[in-house]
Design a protein around this ligand. Structure first.
Ligand SMILES: [Zn+2]
Ligand SMILES: [Zn+2]
Ligand SMILES: [Zn+2]
Length: 89
């Protein structure tokens, strides 16, 4: 698995877990989400690519925060938006 990971994922040490199981940006605009991802640079939790608003991807683009962890219970993986790389942990 580690061969598939990029330098950004390799540099992610203490994995941040969600403090709240909701997308704050969806809550603000009254939208629904499908799954949640937690940014590994700022710790913010936002919605996934299957969600209508894709806030995690938009955040990655605007903030240059590249790596997210799944915020779903029982899922343990990291994803880098820049390199489209996954790593199970
Ligand atoms: Zn990367
Ligand atoms: Zn959202
Ligand atoms: Zn962030």
């Amino acid at each position: 698995m580690s061969a598939a990971a990029c330098a950004h994922i390799a540099g992610t040490k203490d994995i941040k877990r969600p403090t709240k199981r909701e997308c704050a940006e969806c809550v603000r605009i009254g939208a629904d989400w499908v799954h949640l991802r937690t940014c590994q640079e700022c710790g913010g939790t936002r919605c996934c690519d299957q969600s209508p608003n894709q806030h995690a991807r938009k955040h990655a683009k605007t903030s240059k925060h590249k790596v997210v962890a799944s915020a779903e219970t029982g899922e343990r993986w990291l994803y880098c938006f820049e390199d489209d790389a996954y790593l199970d942990y």
